[in-house]
Design a binder for this molecule. Sequence first.
Ligand SMILES: C[S@@+](CC[C@H](N)C(=O)[O-])C[C@H]1O[C@@H](n2cnc3c(N)ncnc32)[C@H](O)[C@@H]1O
Length: 266
Amino acid sequence: MTALRTHASVVASYWDAAAPTFDREPDHGLWEESTRAAWARLLARWVPEPPARVLDLGCGTGSLTVLLAAAGHRVTGVDLSPAMVGAARAKLADAGLAGEVLVGDAADPPVRGPAAPADDPGHADAIPGAPPVTPGDGWDAVVVRHLLWTMPDPLAALRRWVSLLRPGGRLVLIEGRWAESAAPSSPYGEGAEPLPWAGGVPAEALEEAIRPLVAAWMTVPLSGDPVLWGGPVDDERYAVVARSRWARRPEQGPPRLTEVLRAARR
Ligand SMILES: C[S@@+](CC[C@H](N)C(=O)[O-])C[C@H]1O[C@@H](n2cnc3c(N)ncnc32)[C@H](O)[C@@H]1O
């Protein structure tokens, strides 16, 4: 068994055990209408207009997955814990909403990114003389809440997530540096890899990590809104919302104006 497998199974068992009670926290279960509405408003601001293709990584019990599906997005959730995935699927079904939820590692999610000619022979870009790949490829948004602290290689994860976006797509990272984890250490115990960002990551460090990977980003402070958390908090909570680059191969030349306008409307 490889080290990664051991780590993944340790982490999955930890969250399988946490799944039945995870939603008791107000910001996890979103059972207060005001809390749910506050998160829905933020997501509507950060994610392109519905129906967008949205990936919710480390989706847990699917609280944000459900909000995104309810807003009209085509959502795919991914989580390492089968119990969390079961809970998220049940939550979507109970709400009468469509969406898929997959068991998988967010470090390398079991989904397709932008099509490349090599792995998609039918793609127009693979045909000599055909027009270049259009900005419709890839995910419109990748949403990740409270996951980076538990990634053994958070910088590699960020690179992978950016690579899944369509040109101009959004990466929404909802993160923090939580007071209850003042002495950062991994909760997982034996068999797990070290976690460089255990206890959370300060906004400044995440900004530095994301800067070279994206076209633009903004940081939104979230500690000041008690409705989001079910009460006042005095630790650092925020979102970093980033827009991906126009990742084009040199032979494609600059994007045509129609492509830019189409992408901007999304
Ligand atoms: C703190 S919870 C956050 C859940 C959800 N994003 C939310 O905000 O309610 C962390 C989640 O990440 C999942 N997780 C941890 N490591 C993961 C990995 N490498 N790949 C996918 N999911 C992972 C856990 O199973 C758990 O559901």
